[in-house]
Design a protein around this ligand. Sequence first.
Ligand SMILES: Cc1ncc(COP(=O)(O)O)c(C=O)c1O
Length: 411
Amino acid sequence: MMQQLDVEACRRQFPGLARQVGGRPAVFFDGPGGSQVPSVVIDAMTDCLTHRNANDGGLFATSREVGEVVNSARQAVADLIGAPDPDEVVFGQNMTTLTFALSRSLARTWRQGDEVVVTRLDHDANVTPWVLAAEEAGAVVRVLDIDPTNCTLRLDQFQNLLTDRTRLVAVGLASNAVGTVNPIGEMVAAARRVGALVFVDAVHIVPHRPVDVMALGADFLACSCYKFFGPHLGVLWGRREHLERLPAYKVRPAPDSIPGRWMTGTPSFEAIAGTRAAVDYLAGIGGGSDRGVALATGYAAIQGYENALAEQFLDGIARLPAWRVWGITDSARLADRVPTFGLTHRTKPAAEVAGILGEQGYFVWNGHFYAPGLIDAIGLAKAGMLRVGFLHYNTASEIDRLLNVLGDLGT
Ligand SMILES: Cc1ncc(COP(=O)(O)O)c(C=O)c1O
């Protein structure tokens, strides 16, 4: 039987959730922009700064210990994403910076007339780095469209975009604007058949679902720790053969081995320490001493719990005719979405609603969420959307209260 999520036990671990606005508990529906962090993450960062504050690579205690912090965090992230080798895990400032760095390196292997495929659904951090790199190499960019009625990728058109000149396919696992989960297994297989590499943006999936780079068959994958209960840090995973072979932009004294050749400058050791703690927090939801098994159990509990929240929200919002949910709205298709909802009101601008909600202590985002391709395709470039995102620390009662406020905004 699937383990149930004990939401109150989870919530107690997040000191930030105790915040009040106007005497009422704040409601954190801003997870897609960044999650709250549990005490274990804060403690790990404090411990690193208090007791292990040195650069790594030295022959003294604090330096050795900070090196151990980095190695253990690499192993934790490898467990999180199913990477076979912790040396394939690179830490960097954030997903965007890591993707720009990789795109420049990959572009040096591209020739005039080579091709790159991106999608209209993706966050721009998985589009523009590739477009700029393609421009520099004289490569052609092809864009996989979406079906605007439910904000899903036009997988039927994907095959037509692939040729024997396709060098890279860049695709996200889940949309940070509307929550669509992309069934990228087929895409990876098709890309491989034409000899293209696949870069996967996993930023929006990791807080919600397990990721297994080996099962995906991808070549690279990136995610952001501040979305999965950790600090502001980015992770890039790449197959050893690519990370060793590609030209890295590095300074001369930096190691030529992996992952050092991809880690420019001195990293945030405290954020790396916090990231390990964030992975252990997720594993702690599952429990048990084998981290891989614990993560799988924890994610199953998270997914079951979040699906119930998503269903509750979809049922409730369907009764409010002034609201439109963009993306998949069919409760029978919860496997194809995470509980991130892009919404518009018939008459009230998203910015106005976000302001009203903010004053009442509901933290939600409004705008384009750095997903310009999608927002243009559904005609919301000017108005933007309201985005309400649930994480496993949100509750059914918070959603009920939100639905009441959304209903009170009228038609
Ligand atoms: C799906 C997705 N990809 C990429 C990014 C960029 O991540 P970062 O802020 O770590 O650069 C974000 C950030 O919101 C995102 O949601």
